[in-house]
Design a protein around this ligand. Sequence first.
Ligand code: ZN
Length: 211
Amino acid sequence: MPYKLNGGVYSVRCRHPYCGFNVRFDIDQNIMGVSEKDAEYEAKRLARDMALTKHEAIYGMKHSLKHPEIRRVAGSFDLFGPNLKVVTENSVSYREFEKGECILRKGDDGATICQVVRGSAFLGQNKSHRYNRGDCFGAAALLAHQNRTADIIAGKDGTRIAFYNVIALSKKNPNKAKKLYTKVMEDIFTIISNLEYKISSLEKKLQRNIV
Ligand SMILES: [Zn+2]
């Protein structure tokens, strides 16, 4: 599960017109993530921070480094283990998704509650059931050995999701864990009441057909 960056080199280019800033940074810090994307995000953030300092020292008087282009020019992500320990020690990890990308897949292990940090998401089988910023889903995490019951799809490019490890979070920040439980339960009740509405309208249709 967890990935570790090995031999990472990232180039950071300033997009300001006429600025020649294009510098490579070795990332030899210990960069890890639950997914490759996760680790890459952290590495890019670090490269950008290093570039900000360097750019500020050279061009700080003229302009600041805005929306730099950051690319990985060397390095790879390697799986490492035994990995479960790392996952349970971190109470939250973040990942970004493109529009249409699967955030949760039906049948996957459900160990985390998800919260939309940016963008939106929707239920695979019911597009009208949407999750916006602050909304939570992934109630399977509340039950032991429960797999994901539905696909959840990203609704926008750059949708950022927080994956909360409920066991680790309950220890670290019980208040936050409680809030997430409540939110995810609210989501279940919404889904149930939508289903009840659908069932009753189906029943009415059925009755009409019988009569
Ligand atoms: Zn510049």
